[in-house]
Design a binder for this molecule. Structure first.
Ligand code: SAH
Ligand code: SF4
Ligand code: F3S
Length: 463
């Protein structure tokens, strides 16, 4: 119950904000930073656009269709603006950098444009709009990591959380817009990352995914990504750790040994290949050859038993020949990924490919190659998942299964989704299960008993 004192101390017009997020996990993590900044200012968060005074859209530029989705959504919000003249609409994230002029010119669409390094400025920008102006800050920074801001996780499952460890990217892969939308690479101080993980552990979180565009170039003084993983895994032995994404060019061996040794470092690595031929990798400015990539995969599989792997693949990049496409398919057969994110190439302004190469693979050829890549991958996944039948895994329960109230859903250490009967188990439990069935996307399991990471692994070691 509120006292009148408290009523008085509340901001006269307590604004309600709504935030919608597109794109990668880093964008989702950024929205949690924005939550923190706005809640700090006394604003209230709402979960429906219709209820908000301020609608923020955290956007992605990675492919044309990511941007199209956002444009369409902004047009829907224009409808809301017509009904509510005081509604403010803001564009955050990766599109901000690219489309600020367009957005400002288009009346009645967007009032605020904020780039990924300017989120601290949002409260000021909102005030500026109250004076009837449009407000823009798309400055990129060499230092900003939001290290001191504790993200407010309002949309997660309370079990697994994302933690940003670095921002930006210096790799300049020729197809990729990220270095232009997010600026230079910089690492967040080690202590601030460890503090955040400690807090998550205290709040009952059981899984943390460390995020960056190129996590293996993490650096804070003498601390490397391996040091960070080492220290993180020791903070809470019952908390699982994952990371995304490492770059194949300088993956540290010591990290592989660490993953093999520590029960709470997951046996799952997302290691984007993009393509399977030397010629294509060179045009993409990916600084490794097919052989080097395959050697790395072999080493990973050798050091980490039961390792599961995933990748990103682009079909139909500039100049791609049928032979190069076949080499991508054969690389994927050779590695046998457990999961793959597969895309048709989408030309992005400002990139090297945009400036130097021609986007010359016809749309229908791109589509056909992509669907060959996808269907081959589905059959590999189907087979690999079927091979799991009879095996045991430890699943961290994330919540109720989408299919049935009677079932729980969670992930294996190897990042596969497993569903099983609810019984006495709860969200946040580690449950040992036996796999009884599989599709290309999901494992069906039979629960055996609640366990802990320590208990499970010492039992496995004794057997
Ligand atoms: N930093 C991450 C990738 C982030 S973008 C990494 O290097 O692993 C995620 C994926 O989107 C990329 O790996 C790539 O496969 C895909 N992608 C990037 N630019 C693209 C483009 N112009 N067209 C199609 N897919 C693209
Ligand atoms: Fe883009 Fe390459 Fe950087 Fe990944 S590593 S974000 S693909 S430039
Ligand atoms: Fe998209 Fe930006 Fe992430 S372009 S993929 S939201 S870094």
């Amino acid at each position: 119950t509120k006292t009148s004192m408290q009523e008085n101390s509340v901001h006269p017009v307590q604004k309600k904000f709504y935030i919608e997020t597109y794109g990668c996990q880093m964008n989702f993590a950024d929205s949690e930073i924005v939550n923190a900044i706005l809640l700090e200012k006394g604003m209230n968060q709402v979960t429906e656009a219709e209820l908000a005074d301020i609608i923020l859209v955290n956007t992605c530029s990675i492919r044309e269709n990511a941007e199209t989705k956002v444009w369409n959504r902004l047009k829907e919000f224009r409808g809301l603006k017509a009904q509510n003249k005081s509604l403010t609409v803001g564009v955050l994230g990766c599109m901000a950098e690219r489309i600020k002029d367009q957005i400002i010119e288009e009346e009645q669409l967007v009032d605020i444009v904020v780039g990924p390094d300017a989120y601290r400025d949002i409260p000021r920008l909102i005030e500026e709009v109250e004076d009837g102006r449009k407000a823009v800050n798309v400055l990129l920074s060499l230092e900003e990591t939001y290290a001191d801001i504790a993200p407010v996780r309002t949309t997660g499952n309370g079990v697994s959380a994302f933690v940003s460890i670095m921002r930006g990217c210096d790799n300049m892969c020729s197809f990729c817009v990220v270095p232009f939308t997010r600026g230079r690479e910089r690492s967040r101080p080690l202590e601030s990352i460890l503090n955040e993980i400690r807090q998550l552990s205290d709040q009952g979180y059981k899984e943390v995914t460390l995020l960056g565009q190129n996590v293996n170039s993490y650096k804070d003084g003498n601390h490397t990504f391996s040091t960070l993983m080492d220290k993180a895994s020791l903070l809470d032995p019952e908390m699982r750790f994952r990371f995304s994404s490492p770059h194949p060019k300088d993956f540290p061996d010591e990290l592989l040994y660490l993953i093999a040794e520590r029960p709470n470092l997951c046996n799952y690595i997302h290691i984007p290949a993009q393509a399977g031929s030397d010629s294509m990798l060179e045009r993409m400015r990916r600084p490794y050859t097919r052989d080097q990539y395959l050697q790395l995969i072999e080493k990973m599989k050798g050091i980490i038993p039961g390792l599961s792997l995933s990748t990103d693949i682009i079909a139909g990049f500039c100049g791609e020949t049928e032979e190069e496409h076949q080499q991508t398919l054969s690389l994927m057969r050779e590695v046998e990924y457990d999961l793959a994110y597969m895309f048709a190439y989408s030309e992005r302004e400002r990139t090297l490919a945009y400036r130097k190469f021609e986007d010359d693979v016809p749309e229908e050829v791109k589509k056909r190659r992509l669907s060959e890549i996808i269907s081959q991958q589905m059959s590999i996944q189907h087979r690999r998942n079927h091979d799991e039948i009879g095996q045991r895994h430890v699943v961290l329960v994330e919540g109720t299964s989408k299919r049935s109230e009677q079932q729980l859903s969670g992930r294996t250490d190897t990042n596969k989704i497993a569903v099983f009967d609810r019984k006495e188990f709860e969200k946040g439990d580690y449950v040992e299960v036996e796999i009884t069935g599989a599709t290309s996307a999901t494992l069906i399991a039979k629960p055996i008993a609640k366990t802990s990471l320590g208990a499970y692994y010492s039992a496995v070691l004794e057997a």
